[in-house]
Ligand binder design. Structure first.
Ligand SMILES: *[C@@H]1O[C@H](CO)[C@@H](O)[C@H](O)[C@H]1NC(C)=O
Ligand SMILES: *[C@@H]1O[C@H](CO)[C@@H](O)[C@H](O)[C@H]1NC(C)=O
Ligand SMILES: *[C@@H]1O[C@H](CO)[C@@H](O)[C@H](O)[C@H]1NC(C)=O
Ligand SMILES: *[C@@H]1O[C@H](CO)[C@@H](O)[C@H](O)[C@H]1NC(C)=O
Ligand SMILES: *[C@@H]1O[C@H](CO)[C@@H](O)[C@H](O)[C@H]1NC(C)=O
Ligand SMILES: *[C@@H]1O[C@H](CO)[C@@H](O)[C@H](O)[C@H]1NC(C)=O
Ligand SMILES: *[C@@H]1O[C@H](CO)[C@@H](O)[C@H](O)[C@H]1NC(C)=O
Length: 874
């Protein structure tokens, strides 16, 4: 009895049931365990520690035949920098699969004083313990008395903290933001909307994102990345996080924290900051699956103008294709001539076209795209003969580009170039790239040579389910088994090359992602349901993608599957227009959900919502630019800004921040016209009216959420947000760039406020790397009882505004303004004088001052260094 138990414990590692204790064994059984790898050598230096460990089978061990134990482990513990430790454990004798490309190369800079590694002792079972020195907390513990296994296709380890934690991350799935204790599968999979509560193993979706953030009871945080592309399970316990994977190596990065936002920044420092997105990409997008023909697309486009609603891009799903073949137009319903007329008019109206491109390439003798990929061959090869492996997707039997093949990029960018002459697209939507397969493995070859029957451990589902046969072979002999979850990442990198070749920021929306995808693309959350619960889950989805370094993200607004209704769609328009990526998309056969499809409630709410986004477009562009410059998140949990307030984490989706200065309370419930809403402890003003938020004893206030109407947004005292006046009339973001700017200045208790604006051409890929942008700091401060100043200071001036762009600051609106303004002087190096005439308005009831500067437009440029001196009556 004891014999089999030890073997089981060792190999089945962490098959937790949460009933008795965290991993389903009695205390006695667990206490019997020691790590079977014994340290045989340790070499320490300032950069880290190198360790050898050898498998020493416990005397009573029985090993099932399917397990191939790796007997000698080569281990490195590397001090990457003062906030990050990396350790790798691999077979000392044989090369194993390791993930390429996910993280940019870097030079380790040494440990600093924020963590310390406990001594590793020769002759003892393997143990790694890292303590954060600022609070003496263990932030990583490979506990030698807990299960550990290193077999060829079954590797398991855990970080045993010994104190309670709340865990976030570990995508992709639909779940609460703080994950319930349980097990979570990570494997790219085309799977429609399972809600994952940690108790159903195969509830994983499109991406694999093996990063977690853990927060303890004192609200200190650390994070971990298990950089491994194989199908795996992550285990979230009350006081540990564990992983069990089916291949590759242990390559683990520990992020020391100690606050959640620190962990996120430390993670983004590793994986690289996200790509810039084009200015138009932040505008409003309309899509639908089931457009019958180009006339219908055209009439939807026209309706936007008819209803006087802004629109930046029209999208078409697979409907436009000839027999669902990539890079073709259906000659019957989307004939070239009509298509060209439509897209020409669309572009003349400052709008863009974004088509879907699917992963599977139809295997059809007369299809030129397929043929051109055969010579040279760029496809993944069958496990059974030297021909492309196949699957079945929308166009029928299909082959798949092997992104590891050095000829794949030229093939792909060549196809996109040709496709652009056909359709004049501005962005690309890459779908089905898990890669999805409607059958399991290769048609005609069931079952695969590698299945849940040959694998010692299967995380939740057979790895061939809706996948290319995992025994298929990539360039250089790489097995699909190891790289299945990297397909979407590879496709994203190749698609990026197309845009880079044109010096354009990529507009790429992908469904599947991996660690590092954000450097190349944005993402949508996939095929949602038109249900209230998914409205709230979309906030979790965006928080997760932001943590994963993919901030340009959004969910299908009004919901994808099933029928939406006017109220749900109105609420989704309010919320969705504040996603960084805002697209209304709908399934074939579902009722229409355009802004005009129901009634005046939806139409008016949509108009307010889209125009609110457009008024904040410079704020979004600035926030997204800053994330590309230094990592972090723009759309983010309020808890990350107020890490001492656990209420914000317990109720994480009822509010979110847009940068440091704005908090949003979406309405996520049917039949509601308002809600008592929680605020972080701070000074908040209604963003639209400037009225000060009077919070009750519980930091709450009742917010009016009547429809039609705007979504509640509040600005924090101490922040300045630039808004765009033309959002009232603009029908696209190109004309929005001609807008004067109103600065909304919300004063804190010291009568101060700060803000930023970034100006660039909104299109070039090298705006950041070439310093072709202008970054303005706005700083408002108290001088004396009768005087305040607003200082406009460029920190970088690499962009010259084109003629008519952002011509002047039209208004300065001051919230928390307790005195009337007497006059305003403006000083630059070139000019000094009274701004005359100016309109100076003051509402003592709301403490809002308004300085109207329009008549002096040539003087107050948004990006020219200058100082406004504001004199108040006393
Ligand atoms: C396009 O589809 C719509 C809706 O099915 C139909 O009413 C219309 O006749 C079609 N137009 C053309 C030109 O095929
Ligand atoms: C193995 O995979 C097959 C095919 O997907 C599935 O029907 C079966 O339930 C799986 N068995 C186990 C033990 O996971
Ligand atoms: C739907 O909803 C959530 C939130 O947007 C998201 O995390 C998920 O990926 C979406 N996709 C599916 C298939 O439900
Ligand atoms: C979460 O927020 C909602 C809406 O503000 C509120 O009704 C609910 O009571 C809150 N729940 C908790 C646990 O604070
Ligand atoms: C609530 O908001 C609606 C829509 O914006 C507005 O018409 C109404 O006057 C507001 N009610 C209150 C009590 O502020
Ligand atoms: C306040 O500061 C302004 C600008 O420096 C100065 O001109 C003015 O005299 C000061 N007033 C008082 C009362 O100190
Ligand atoms: C301020 O409130 C008073 C009393 O309600 C009202 O008479 C006055 O018009 C208000 N002032 C402004 C500028 O709204």
């Amino acid at each position: 009895m004891a014999k089999t138990k030890v073997a089981f414990l060792c190999l089945v590692l962490l098959s937790f049931s949460y009933a008795s204790n965290d991993y389903g064994f009695s205390e006695e059984e667990v206490s019997a365990f020691t790590n079977p790898y014994v340290v045989t050598s340790v070499v320490s230096n300032t950069g880290g520690v190198t360790v050898q460990a050898q498998y020493q089978a416990p005397a009573d061990l029985e090993t099932p035949a399917s397990e191939q134990i790796i007997t000698n482990l080569a281990i490195t513990i590397q001090y990457d920098n003062p906030y990050r430790v990396r350790f790798t454990m691999t077979d000392a004798n044989n090369a194993r699969w390791q993930v390429p490309n996910a993280i940019p190369s870097y030079t380790p800079s040494g440990a600093g004083s924020f963590y310390s590694l406990a001594p590793i002792v020769v002759g003892q079972p393997l143990s790694i313990k890292i303590t954060r020195t600022t609070d003496n907390k263990v932030v990583f513990f490979l506990n030698p008395s807990q299960p550990f296994g290193y077999n060829n296709q079954d590797i398991g380890f855990a970080n045993w903290l010994g104190y309670p934690i709340k865990v976030m991350g570990l995508g992709e799935r639909i779940s609460s933001f703080v994950l319930a204790q349980g097990s979570y599968t990570l494997y790219a999979r085309d799977r429609g909307s399972p809600i994952d509560t940690g108790d159903t193993p195969d509830s994983n979706m499109y991406s694999s994102q093996p990063f977690y953030l853990a927060v303890d009871n004192q609200l200190a945080a650390h994070g971990g990345l298990f950089l491994n592309s194989n199908a795996m399970t992550a285990f979230v316990g009350s006081n540990f996080v564990g992983f069990r994977t089916t291949g590759g190596i242990i390559d683990f990065f520990l992020f020391i924290g100690p606050q959640p936002a620190d962990v996120i920044n430390q993670y983004h420092d590793l994986i690289g900051y996200p790509t810039l997105v084009p200015w138009w990409g932040l505008g409003w997008h309309q899509c639908r699956y089931g457009f019958q023909n180009i006339s219908v697309v055209s009439s939807v486009t026209t309706s936007y103008t008819t209803y006087n609603l802004p629109l930046d891009a029209m999208w078409i799903d697979i409907d436009y294709m000839n027999q669902y073949q990539d890079f073709t137009l259906d000659p019957v319903n989307f004939p070239q001539a009509s298509f060209t007329t439509w897209v020409t008019n669309l572009k003349a109206a400052n709008k863009h076209f974004v088509p879907i491109v699917d992963a599977g390439i139809a295997q059809s003798a007369g299809y030129s795209v397929y043929n051109s990929g055969l010579n040279p061959n760029v496809y993944i090869t069958s496990a059974y003969k030297n021909v492309p492996t196949t699957g079945v997707v929308w166009p029928g039997v299909s082959v798949f580009v092997d992104w590891f093949n050095p000829n794949a990029n030229a093939f792909w960018t060549g196809q996109l170039t040709k496709f652009n002459t056909l359709t004049s697209f501005s962005g690309i939507w890459i779908d089905m790239n898990e890669a999805s397969n409607f059958v399991n493995g290769e048609p005609g070859h069931p079952p695969s040579q590698i299945t849940n029957l040959t694998m010692p451990y299967t995380p939740g589902q057979d790895v061939n389910d809706n996948s290319i046969d995992v025994a298929s072979i990539h360039y250089g002999g790489i097995l699909e088994y190891n790289v299945h979850s990297l397909f979407g990442f590879g496709e994203t990198m190749a698609t990026y090359q197309y845009f880079k070749g044109l010096n354009l920021r990529p507009f790429i929306i992908t469904r599947s992602s991996f660690v590092g995808t954000g450097r190349y693309a944005g993402k949508w959350t996939g095929d949602n349901f038109s249900q209230w619960s998914f409205l709230a889950y979309s906030i979790t989805g965006l928080f997760d993608l932001g943590m994963f370094g993919i901030p340009f993200a959004g969910a299908d607004i009004c919901g994808f599957q099933g029928n939406t209704n006017e109220e749900l769609c109105s609420r989704w328009m309010q919320l969705g227009t504040l996603y960084p990526f805002s697209r209304n998309h709908n399934a074939k056969g579902s009722v229409d959900q355009y802004p005009w499809s129901f009634g005046s409630t939806l139409l008016q709410t949509s108009n307010i919502a889209i125009r609110t986004k457009y008024s904040l477009l410079l704020h979004f562009a600035t926030g997204m630019f800053r994330v590309s410059l230094m990592g972090g998140m723009h759309f983010r949990p309020a808890f990350f800004d107020y890490p001492n307030d656990i209420n914000l984490l317990n109720n994480a989706t009822s509010h979110f921040m847009l940068g440091e200065g704005l908090i949003v309370h979406p309405c996520l419930w049917p039949g509601v016209t308002g809600s008592t809403s929680y605020f972080p402890y701070d000074l908040w003003y209604d963003f639209y009216q400037g009225t000060y938020m009077q919070l009750n004893y519980y930091n709450s206030a009742y917010l009016n959420m009547t429809l039609p109407g705007p979504i509640p947004i509040h600005i924090k005292g101490g922040y300045i947000v630039p808004t765009l006046d033309n959002s009232n009339t603009a029908l696209d973001t190109i004309s929005l760039r001609k807008s004067p700017i109103t600065l909304v200045v919300a004063l804190n208790g010291a009568f101060q406020a700060d803000g930023h604006a970034v100006f660039d051409d909104g299109l070039s890929i090298n705006s950041l790397s070439g310093n072709l942008y202008t970054m303005i700091n706005y700083h408002y401060q108290y001088v004396n009882a009768t005087t305040d100043t607003l200082i406009i200071q460029p920190t970088i001036s690499g962009y010259t505004r084109a003629n008519g762009e952002f011509p002047y600051i039209s208004n300065i609106i001051i919230y928390g303004c307790v005195e009337g303004i007497r006059n305003v002087f403006y000083t630059t190096t070139a000019f000094s004088g009274q701004l005359n005439p100016v309109f100076l308005l003051w509402n003592p009831n709301t403490s809002v001052c308004k300085i109207i500067l329009s008549s002096s437009r040539q003087l107050v440029l948004p990006d020219m260094a200058g100082q406004l001196t504001i004199n108040f009556y006393l």
